[in-house]
Design a protein around this ligand. Structure first.
Ligand SMILES: Nc1ncnc2c1ncn2[C@@H]1O[C@H](COP(=O)(O)OP(=O)(O)OP(=O)(O)O)[C@@H](O)[C@H]1O
Ligand SMILES: Nc1nc2c(ncn2[C@@H]2O[C@H](COP(=O)(O)O)[C@@H](O)[C@H]2O)c(=O)[nH]1
Length: 216
């Protein structure tokens, strides 16, 4: 349970999931949130090759297909999916540890993984779908990022249409045009979700105490 020492009411940690088509900006948004210490980032395992700018253990744990399948078969993944031709999965243990300590956990995963996590932890999951302002801008962002080969970018753009249709399954949608505004929206979502009555612990006792307080 997360507890502000000055507050008589605590709260359970929540899982904040961001999904989007490739290039819409979910990684940028999740990393900004984690930099503000608003939660711990879930580091996925993946079989995709490392991008030039990526660091093992910080962006992903890069593993081979054999290792991935072994982890999956040992039930060490909370969820997993094949995305753009590679395997991705969320290691279960760090999530359990973080939630037990009352911290929030931020996930950058696709819609298939989101469905699995929602099914397993329905009370603790808040989902946000990030859309680009236009398809043209999505393509431009992938090209400007300059981390993927042209055939990889083409595949991701081809998959984007199917992915974008999944927006209806999410609690919130952010159209990421202005990054600063999108980040403010994301923080507003997290703040509101943290305050939900069902997530607060010790509220009944607190209110009982309030009602039994005697005024002089
Ligand atoms: N609002 C924005 N305006 C302009 N550029 C942006 C905006 N948001 C993100 N970007 C840039 O777009 C590129 C793609 O963003 P990012 O890597 O966060 O996307 P993503 O959705 O996580 O993609 P992927 O699924 O491929 O990892 C990055 O270069 C990022 O700096
Ligand atoms: N179901 C899961 N999807 C994941 C996970 N980690 C990342 N992803 C999604 O894969 C695509 C591609 O990511 P990229 O880093 O190769 O650009 C993107 O939609 C991610 O959200 C995971 O653990 N499980």
């Amino acid at each position: 349970m997360s507890q502000d020492p000055k507050s008589p009411v605590g709260r359970r940690g929540l899982i904040l999931i961001l999904s989007s088509p490739s290039g819409a900006g979910k990684t940028t948004l999740t990393r900004s949130l984690v930099e503000e210490r608003a939660g711990a980032l879930s580091i996925s395992v993946t079989t995709r090759p490392k991008r030039p700018s990526e660091i093992e253990g910080k962006h992903y744990h890069f593993i081979d297909v054999e290792e991935f399948k072994a982890m999956r078969d040992r039930d060490e993944l909370l969820e997993w999916a094949e995305v753009h031709g590679n395997f991705y999965g969320t290691p279960r243990k760090p999530v359990e540890r973080t939630l037990a300590s009352g911290q929030d956990m931020v996930f950058d995963i696709d819609y298939q993984g989101t469905r699995q996590v929602r099914q397993k932890l329905p009370d603790d999951v808040v989902t946000v779908f990030v859309l680009p302002p236009s398809f043209k801008e999505l393509k431009a962002r992938l090209e400007r990022r300059a981390e993927d080969a042209p055939d990889v970018i083409a595949k991701r753009l081809a998959n984007a249409r199917v992915e974008m249709e999944r927006w209806v399954e999410y609690d919130y949608v952010i159209v990421n045009e202005d990054l600063g505004k999108s980040f403010q929206s994301l923080k507003a979502i997290q703040t509101a979700e943290r305050l939900k009555r069902d997530r607060l612990v010790g509220l009944s006792d607190f209110v009982e105490g309030l009602l039994s307080e005697k005024l002089d």
